[in-house]
Design a protein around this ligand. Structure first.
Ligand SMILES: Cc1cc2nc3c(=O)[nH]c(=O)nc-3n(C[C@H](O)[C@H](O)[C@H](O)COP(=O)(O)O)c2cc1C
Length: 249
């Protein structure tokens, strides 16, 4: 097999800084969209970044439905609003329901909606790395969404993920066939600003968890040997890293 070495394999310090800045300043956006079109050359770069995501067995199960048509968006918005109304009982009171309805406006306000799907039949049923009982195909489509989300942020575009909807209704509106799963419905567009922290964190919905409480050693909730404890110390010491990296420091 032909083995092609990559010419410049080093990621420079500046490149690394840009990557971390993008990761830590990415936000889920629903309310700050501007009425500015996305140039095709920008969209093209983002779609390429998405398409170069990892996938189990290299199955690349994704498709990207680019939705600009306002009639289609109205239908999708109505379906989401209905699903949100039905889910309202799960939330604590009217405030949350009003808030989520407000956020749904992003479907209509942003420059572009993208539905990312997973074609469960894209490759033969026996695929390297794929076990029938797992969800490697949908996991792969989720990887593509993360790539898209980060590339969009690097291009100065906001992305908002809207997930509460009746899947069958969405499939009907977008004429998605049975064997294809809509994995993510995304609002994409230029925004007036990016918040520093997740909206749900700002609103006191949930705090960001301390990463040190999410790390165990050699088994579930296993405690570190003395020689392994250094990483916990380091994480404590680096607690300001995300905020500094967000500022590009
Ligand atoms: C699978 C998935 C589904 C989501 N669904 C919704 C949604 O339906 N409505 C919404 O407002 N945000 C949704 N979000 C965004 C999250 O609320 C957001 O990522 C989280 O609060 C952290 O904020 P950040 O993305 O700005 O860091 C979703 C995110 C993911 C990964």
């Amino acid at each position: 097999m032909e083995k092609v070495e990559q010419q410049n394999q080093n990621i420079s310090k500046e490149d690394r800084k840009g990557l971390y800045k993008t990761i830590f300043s990415r936000r889920d956006v629903h309310t700050q969209f501007l009425d500015t079109a996305i140039p095709d050359e920008v969209l093209s770069r983002i779609l390429y970044a998405a398409h170069y995501a990892p996938s189990a067995g290299f199955m690349q199960p994704w498709d990207f439905l680019l939705i600009r048509n306002s009639e289609t968006r109205q239908k999708v918005h109505a379906a989401f609003a209905q699903a949100h109304a039905e889910a309202a009982t799960m939330f604590s009171g009217e405030k949350q329901n009003a808030r989520s309805n407000f956020k749904l406006k992003g479907i209509l306000d942003c420059a572009l909606n993208i539905c990312v799907t997973c074609d469960t039949t894209r490759t033969s049923s026996v695929v390297f790395n794929r076990h029938p009982a797992n969800t490697m195909d949908t996991s792969s489509s989720i990887c593509t969404i993360q790539n898209l989300w980060l590339a969009a942020r690097a291009e100065g575009l906001g992305v908002g993920w809207v997930s509460i909807i009746d899947e069958e209704t969405l499939k009907e509106i977008l004429e998605i066939p049975d064997h294809v799963i809509p994995v993510g419905y995304l609002c994409v567009g230029y925004v007036s600003h990016f918040l520093k922290k997740p909206e749900l964190e700002n609103d006191g919905w949930l705090p960001r968890l301390d990463i040190r409480n999410l790390i165990s050693f050699d088994r579930w909730h296993g405690q570190p040997e003395r020689s392994e404890a250094g990483i916990l110390q380091q994480l404590k010491q680096d607690a300001d890293f995300p905020a500094a990296a967000q500022e590009g420091e």
